[in-house]
Design a protein around this ligand. Structure first.
Ligand code: FPP
Length: 263
């Protein structure tokens, strides 16, 4: 909830601020796919004098805000970087807490996902997730499979290099068995070998925490994506931040290698 400076003292929300931003969004130019690198949970917790896991817990509130805002606007795909292949190197207690939080969140949110017609999907090396997490995830994916609204895609045990190597292996196997002519491999064939097959590329990639890095996320898919780096920690992310990022995106000129005059 946002408050104006004057209203904060009276603890009165100022919905007009939210409405103002939302009404500035051009519905005709919405990104079909938004991807988010949810960063800064640990630093937010440290700033509050809390254990890191509290940062992740509060990050779930931000996940809800982002998903609700994107679904309400009519965004078709929202992909969240929830756990990278590199995150296994974190302390065991944090990894276990993150896995438990994922299962808990998936179970708690299933009704909301169904009520809002949201389909849950996952990209990443799901086969090598802990069995309990994998089963909870698969259950939720099945439970929401018929929903036709927004696709909420969780990147779990994901890294772009893993995905690219997997795609190369898959195409090499097909070529070696004579099912694929190596000369026929083009952008489209390669994209179809990725875990995002069938999804549009994200037009907008948001990263919180002020870090300006891609961190092994959707490297192929963001070739022409617009990047938005927000100077807030992920647990602070609210609907207004998504609106602001979309407005910013809509004011950019996307040239795809052409000149302004050609557009
Ligand atoms: C990055 O912050 C965040 C993560 C590695 C995990 C994100 C997980 C959640 C928001 C909770 C559950 C998510 C879902 C989709 C149910 P960081 O820990 O790297 O922060 P730091 O860089 O400040 O240490």
């Amino acid at each position: 909830m946002f408050y104006t400076f004057a209203a904060r003292r009276q603890i009165t929300p100022a919905p007009s601020f939210t409405m103002d931003l939302k009404s500035q969004i051009n519905k005709e130019k919405l990104p079909r796919h938004i991807a988010i690198i949810m960063d800064g949970n640990g630093r937010w917790a440290k700033q509050q004098g809390l254990p890191r896991v509290e940062g992740h817990r509060n990050g779930v509130v931000a996940v809800r805000e982002a998903s609700e805002a994107a679904a309400e606007l009519g965004v078709e795909y929202l992909t969240l970087y929830a756990f990278s292949t590199e995150n296994w190197a974190r302390p065991e207690t944090e990894v276990n807490a993150l896995m438990a939080l994922l299962v808990e969140t998936i179970q708690n949110e299933i009704k909301t996902l169904n009520d809002n017609n949201i389909r849950l999907r996952a990209i990443g090396d799901i086969e090598n997730m802990p069995p309990h997490t994998r089963e909870a995830l698969q259950w939720a994916i099945n439970e929401t499979a018929k929903n036709s609204g927004m696709n909420l895609v969780l990147a779990l045990n994901y890294s772009a290099r893993w995905e690219l190597v997997e795609a190369a292996r898959k195409l090499a196997r097909q070529a070696a068995s004579g099912l694929l002519d190596p000369q026929s491999i083009n952008d489209e064939v390669f994209a179809n070998a990725l875990s995002t097959t069938g999804m549009p590329d994200p037009e907008l990639l948001i990263r919180t925490s002020g870090e300006k890095r891609i961190s092994n996320f959707l490297l192929w898919q963001i070739a022409y994506g617009e990047l938005c780096f927000l100077p807030i920690m992920w647990p602070e992310f609210r609907k207004e931040h998504l609106y602001q990022a979309i407005i910013d995106y809509q004011h950019r000129e996307r040239r795809f290698g052409k000149t302004s005059e050609q557009l």
